[in-house]
Design a binder for this molecule. Sequence first.
Ligand SMILES: [Zn+2]
Length: 299
Amino acid sequence: MNRTDSLRQTLARRALLGDGATGTQLQSMGLKPGACGEFWNTAHPDRVRELHRRYVTAGADLLTTNTFGANAFVLGHHGAADRGRELNVAGAQLARELAGDAAWVLGDVGPFGGMLEPLGETLPEDAAKAFRDQAAALLEGGADAILVETMSDPVEMALAIGAAQAAGATLVIATYAFQKSAVGLRTMMGTTVAAAVAAALAAGADVVGANCGTDLSLGDYEKLAAELVAAAKGNPVIVQPNAGSPILREGRISYAESAALFAAAAPRLLGAGARLIGGCCGSTPEHIAAMRPVVKPTG
Ligand SMILES: [Zn+2]
């Protein structure tokens, strides 16, 4: 059985533990805010390896590649639009190397960073090509599934899911960033949880859910988990919360929610029906290790 099938089968049997933040962890290892973290896949592979090693040691079942912004559009802002294949292949290989038989590798795909026509100037086919090229390189480097994350626009989400499948992905995980509004949880584009999930499922996502988000407490993520499960129509749901909101203190950014709070939230997220849980911005290997006893590796 190939690794993608074993991931699918394990997911049908038990809950799985994701890893935590990449960007904020790389910043703690010296990456300057605003710098291109994906360059580290070739410039500082040992630091990326160390990050993955910490999450494997923490007990993560899933490692996320350091490729969130490695699409032609975002790389273009760093003068590296032509380095997508190299950085994605390297990112997937690094995660694959550290995952061994202990974890599966999710090839990470973030937003292209602009707006699609007619709100913006980007043609859907150009965004789709960027997503397809990225997913193809991630699969070439050894990713077991593609994770499309931190999306706000269901149209962009659908493009990215379709592009990943066109590149050969047979397991696609799709997560949106939600925030609170006067009328409930919405994406930045104003999309409801139900509509966002429906768009991802219609595009062919195998797993749907949420990551990141703005000003959401762990209690908010619990409510979000329940909304996602209701919308997912039996498909597996993933929730990867931020460790609270960023706080600037003495020139350093820290995050409010501790590993102990993540450990306490884990059974509630699973109780709400989430099947995969992990962390996003601000979460650390300690947060993941704290959730490990709750997300039992067997049974
Ligand atoms: Zn995040």
